[in-house]
Design a protein around this ligand. Structure first.
Ligand SMILES: Nc1ncnc2c1ncn2[C@@H]1O[C@H](COP(=O)(O)OP(=O)(O)OP(=O)(O)O)[C@@H](O)[C@H]1O
Ligand SMILES: [Mg+2]
Length: 352
C-alpha cells in the first residue's frame, strides 16, 4: 500500500495492537502466509462472485488451449489478491512470475521480463497503480498484440525494433483501482473485485488455518477470532497466530471462546478489530465535524491521508458494518460509531 499511516511506536512491534489488526502485510507475515495460502480455487473461501467468474473463464481458456485473458484483481489489502493470482497459475497449470509496480523503474526492466515470458504463463504485477506512466504505455501494446516496441539509439539514428512476446496472462493487483488510467483498465478482460468476508467465511478461514497449523480450536473460538478480523483473512490468520501463542502459554494449547476472548483482550483488539486509522477517522468526523456530513477532501486533509486511499481502502469496511454513511453532502458517523467509541450522540435539531 502507498500510504501506511503513521503509527505510534509500542515497545515491541508484536505488542502494538494497531499492528495486529492492520490489514497491510508486515514482514513477519510472509513465511506464515505462504504456509496458509490456499493453492486451488476449491480451497479459496468466500468471494463467490469472483470465484464463479474466474472458474468459467479458466475452464473456457483451458478447453480452447489458450492463455487466460488478462485479469485485474482489486480490493482492500489482505483479501486474497496475491493468493488468487497464484491460484490462477496453478489452475491453468502454467508458470508464475511475480513483480511489483515500484520494482520496474526503466524500460529495460520491463523489456527484460517480457522478453523472457514463457508461453501462456502468468505474469503477476502487484501494485499496478504504482507503475510509471511511460511503462504503462509500453505495456499496453504488449498486452494487446503481444509485441513490444524497443527503441535503440537516440536522435536521427534511433531505430525501433518490434519484439514478439509469447501469449501470456497478465494478472495485475491493486488496492486503488481509481488510480489506474482508463486505457490500462481497458486491457483487462476479467475484472475481479474482492469484497470483505462475512463472519462465517472468516470462521472457515480460521478453522482451515488452525487445521494447517495443527492447533485444536472449537467453533466458538474460531467465531470469536472471525468477528474481530475486520472482514480480512490476513488479520484473521494473524490473530489466530497470536491467540495460539496465548493458548499454549496460558492455557492447555487448544482454543475455545474464553481463551480467544482473554487473548484478544490482552492484545487490545477491539470488538470490530479496528485499527488506529479506523478510530481516528470516526473520531475526527464526530469530534471535529459534529458527526458530519463532512466532505471527503476535508476529511482527507484533516487525517493527512490521500482521498482515494480513504475511499478505496478504509471507508468500505466502515460502511459495510454500518459505522459510516456516504451521503451526497459528505461522510456521516452513525449511531453505531458513537456507541462504539463511547461518545454520546448529540440530538439533532431539524429546521422543520
Ligand atoms: N479466500 C481465502 N481463503 C483462505 N485464506 C485466504 C483467502 N484469502 C486470503 N487468504 C489468506 O490471507 C492471506 C493474505 O492474502 P493475500 O496476500 O492474497 O492478500 P492481498 O489481497 O494480496 O493483500 P495485499 O493487498 O496486501 O497485497 C493469505 O496468505 C491467505 O492465507
Ligand atoms: Mg498481495
Amino acid at each position: 500500500m502507498d500510504s501506511p499511516h503513521i503509527k505510534s511506536r509500542a515497545k515491541s512491534p508484536a505488542d502494538d495492537p494497531d499492528r495486529v489488526v492492520s490489514a497491510v502485510r508486515v514482514d513477519d507475515d510472509e513465511a506464515f502466509e505462504l504456509k496458509l495460502r490456499p493453492t486451488r480455487l476449491s480451497e479459496f473461501i468466500g468471494q463467490t462472485k469472483a470465484k464463479e467468474q474466474l472458474a468459467i473463464a479458466l475452464e473456457a481458456a483451458k478447453a480452447r488451449g489458450e492463455a487466460l485473458d488478462h485479469v485485474l484483481l482489486f480490493g482492500p489489502p489482505g483479501l486474497g489478491k496475491t493468493t488468487l493470482a497464484t491460484i490462477i497459475a496453478n489452475e491453468m497449470g502454467v508458470g508464475f512470475q511475480q513483480t511489483a509496480g515500484p520494482a520496474l523503474q526503466i524500460q529495460g526492466d520491463l523489456t527484460a521480463i517480457l522478453s523472457n515470458i514463457k508461453d501462456k504463463q502468468v505474469l503477476f504485477l502487484d501494485e499496478v497503480h504504482r507503475l510509471q506512466p511511460v511503462l504503462q504505455e509500453k505495456l499496453y501494446t504488449a498486452l494487446e498484440d503481444y509485441t513490444l516496441d524497443i527503441m535503440i539509439g537516440q536522435g536521427p539514428s534511433a531505430r525501433t525494433f518490434v519484439l514478439d512476446i509469447k501469449p501470456f496472462t497478465f494478472v495485475a493487483a491493486t488496492t486503488r483501482p481509481g488510480l489506474l488510467s482508463s486505457p490500462m483498465r481497458a486491457r483487462f478482460g476479467i475484472l475481479l473485485r474482492l469484497e470483505f468476508y462475512t463472519e462465517d467465511e472468516l470462521r472457515f478461514v480460521v478453522e482451515r488455518s488452525a487445521e494447517v497449523l495443527q492447533v485444536p480450536i472449537d467453533r466458538d473460538g474460531a467465531a470469536e477470532i472471525a468477528i474481530r478480523s475486520r472482514g480480512t483473512p490476513r488479520i484473521a490468520n494473524r490473530l489466530l497466530r497470536r491467540v495460539r501463542d496465548y493458548a499454549q502459554v496460558r492455557g492447555n494449547g487448544s482454543i475455545d471462546r474464553p481463551t480467544a476472548i482473554a487473548a484478544l483482550e490482552m492484545l487490545e483488539v477491539d470488538a470490530h478489530g479496528f485499527d488506529e486509522l479506523d478510530r481516528r477517522l470516526l473520531r475526527t468526523i464526530i469530534e471535529k465535524y459534529d458527526g458530519g456530513p463532512v466532505g471527503l477532501n476535508t476529511l482527507a486533509a484533516a487525517l493527512a491521508e490521500e482521498q482515494d486511499a480513504l475511499e478505496e481502502v478504509y471507508e468500505p469496511f466502515l460502511i459495510q458494518i454500518g459505522f459510516l454513511d456516504r451521503t451526497p453532502r459528505g461522510r456521516v458517523a452513525t449511531k453505531l460509531a458513537y456507541e462504539h467509541l463511547g461518545i454520546e450522540m448529540p440530538r439533532r435539531y431539524s429546521l422543520f
